[in-house]
Design a protein around this ligand. Structure first.
Ligand SMILES: Nc1ncnc2c1ncn2[C@@H]1O[C@H](COP(=O)(O)OP(=O)(O)OP(=O)(O)O)[C@@H](O)[C@H]1O
Ligand SMILES: [Mg+2]
Length: 233
């Protein structure tokens, strides 16, 4: 079994029996506002705190907004070990929506090329792509998307880095099949209150806690309660 990599969230590491397996690719899925970006940032910052290099590709939230939002949780994205690629559509691109989608038709490949380019400069221990949703929506052809996603997962696998991909989509069949693990974030209404639950639905090469566990988003980010079940008292 490979070396474990902390997600930066102690309760989640506990559910994972110590953390993610190093060098593999994981999917974090959940509806908007469930905390995917926050979870990915815990993972990124845990790397930075260990002195590792971290590459963060943001596809929806512009770098400036992300920095401000994450500052609220006490995450400082200005560390030298933290590299961000802002791949959010620019205002100009929005105007040329047709062109924008066209140019992103082979986006998984473009993303891979950009990541490989970064790796030429230095090795990154951790990579985040947040979210991959845009790439899927932008790819008109399903078969083409499958092909490029498979190529992508194989290629990042060769880079020996630990990767988190996030997705807002309910249906992520291909992605779930190809990655080494899947973490799902959910929101419910329980007794008239918002309840958040986290569940590991797949984790290759390790045992794990498959129970849905409560989590909260606090001023210091995500807190997972691995000894509790929903709803929290
Ligand atoms: N200090 C805080 N205390 C409690 N909740 C907070 C706090 N700061 C932000 N939140 C909540 O945390 C969530 C932010 O989550 P995040 O941006 O990580 O979600 P996401 O799954 O990435 O969403 P999206 O799909 O829109 O990108 C929001 O629901 C927000 O309301
Ligand atoms: Mg997000």
């Amino acid at each position: 079994m490979g070396e474990r990599v902390s997600t930066g969230i102690p309760g989640l590491d506990f559910m994972l029996n110590g953390g993610l397996v190093s060098g593999r690719t994981y999917l974090v899925k959940g509806a908007p506002g469930t905390g995917k970006t926050t979870l990915a940032m815990h993972f990124a910052m845990a790397g930075v705190h260990n002195g590792e290099n971290v590459l963060y590709v943001t596809l929806e939230e512009p770098a400036e907004n992300l920095k401000a939002d994450m500052m609220n949780f006490g995450f400082n994205l200005s560390d030298l070990h933290f590299t961000m690629i802002d791949a959010t559509p620019t205002a100009e691109r929005y105007v040329l929506m047709e062109n924008f989608f066209e140019s992103f038709a082979e986006s998984m490949d473009k993303m891979l090329a950009a990541i490989k380019e970064q790796f030429k400069q230095r090795y990154y221990h951790r990579v985040v792509i947040d979210p991959i949703t845009m790439l899927k929506v932008a790819t008109k052809d399903d078969i083409e998307y499958r092909r490029s996603f498979l190529t992508f997962v194989k290629a990042v696998g060769r880079l020996k880095t630990t990767v988190i991909l996030t997705s807002e989509l309910q249906r992520t069949d291909v992605e779930e099949y190809l990655v080494s693990g899947v973490i799902e974030l959910r929101m419910f209404e329980l007794q008239g209150k918002l309840a958040r639950g986290i569940r590991i639905t797949k984790f290759r090469g390790s045992s794990f806690d498959g129970t849905i566990r409560p989590y909260k988003i606090t001023d210091s980010g995500i807190v997972v309660y691995p000894d509790h079940v929903l709803p929290l008292p």
